[in-house]
Ligand binder design. Structure first.
Ligand SMILES: [Zn+2]
Length: 303
């Protein structure tokens, strides 16, 4: 079973203990508050090898603006202008981080979850039976999504630009989207469910600090990704949690604290052999990334 349900009902202290060993879905903490030293440090730490360009977790709109132009070809720019994508800002949030496991105290610190609750900063995430890690999968996939979006002239901000750092905490991950006034934000995860369970889940905040209008837009974003995931990813809606691939949650800080349209996708179950094979292959990740990118683009162009 997943620790998701336990965590939702567990006292905070127990939740902390569980957070480090749990599957991805329980790793989301909260969003809101003041960036901690850890939060600030982590985006810029590491070797930066994964950072294909200047996009930064600093998350400012100006930083975002500076990162968009160079990657867009003239033809792409022309088509995106026609599609209304020019000037759009998307935040991609690859779950967890490669250095989290070595910094248990830092990721266990409590941060705001939203609506008065607290949650652990982050977790290590889950992994496949062969050791392929969720943090690696989410980072590899996010880079692919980033490239696809930039090809359409969309400005992309990543919440982390390498897979060797710590955090940032989940509240900061939300703040990055909020500060950028992102048109859409997507957290990318993979689940650690039962071995017989498979499929994707789209997690939505039961309510966000952004209010009802923001929640409605997040729902539209989830609907768009539901369509593209069904068509392109190779994954089917989850057969073990949620309803037809949707799962409202009240304990996901990164969603609760968002003031911009935001969802979290669990792109398959890493404990399931067939889902893991898809996640672990370059072709599989390309399919998943295209589903994410096309879902975001569908949302942005349908407004
Ligand atoms: Zn996760």
């Amino acid at each position: 079973m997943t620790t998701r349900t336990k965590l939702r009902r567990a006292p905070a202290a127990l939740a902390i203990l569980l957070a480090g060993i749990t599957a991805c879905a329980s790793c989301q903490g909260s969003v809101n508050g003041t960036p901690s030293a850890l939060d600030v440090a982590s985006p810029s730490s590491g070797d930066g090898a994964g950072a294909a360009d200047s996009t930064s977790a600093a998350g400012s709109a100006s930083a975002a603006a500076s990162s968009a132009g160079p990657s867009a070809s003239p033809s792409a720019a022309k088509s995106t202008a026609a599609n209304g994508l020019a000037g759009k800002v998307v935040v991609l949030d690859p779950g967890h981080d490669g250095g989290n496991a070595l910094h248990p105290a830092e990721i266990a610190q409590l941060v705001p979850q939203g609506f008065g609750a607290q949650k652990a900063c982050d977790t290590t995430g889950t992994n496949g039976a062969d050791g392929y890690s969720e943090h690696q999968f989410t980072f590899q996939t996010a880079l692919l999504v980033k490239s696809l979006l930039q090809q359409r002239g969309i400005t992309v901000i990543m919440t982390r630009n390498n897979d060797t750092g710590v955090g940032p905490c989940v509240d900061v991950r939300a703040a990055i989207g909020n500060n950028a006034h992102a048109n859409a934000a997507v957290s990318i995860h993979a689940d650690g469910g039962p071995v017989t369970g498979h499929g994707f889940q789209l997690l939505e905040a039961s309510k966000s600090v952004g209010g009802a209008a923001n929640d409605a837009n997040s729902q539209r974003l989830a609907n768009a990704l539901h369509t593209t995931f069904g068509q392109e990813s190779g994954l089917t809606p989850s057969n073990y949690v949620g309803t037809d691939g949707y799962e409202p949650r009240d304990d996901i800080a990164g969603l609760n604290l968002s003031t911009v349209p935001k969802i979290l996708v669990e792109a398959g179950n890493m404990r399931n052999a067939s889902d893991l094979a898809l996640e672990e292959s370059a072709t599989g990740r390309a399919r998943i990334a295209k589903a994410i990118a096309d879902g975001i683009i569908s949302y942005l162009t349908s407004r």
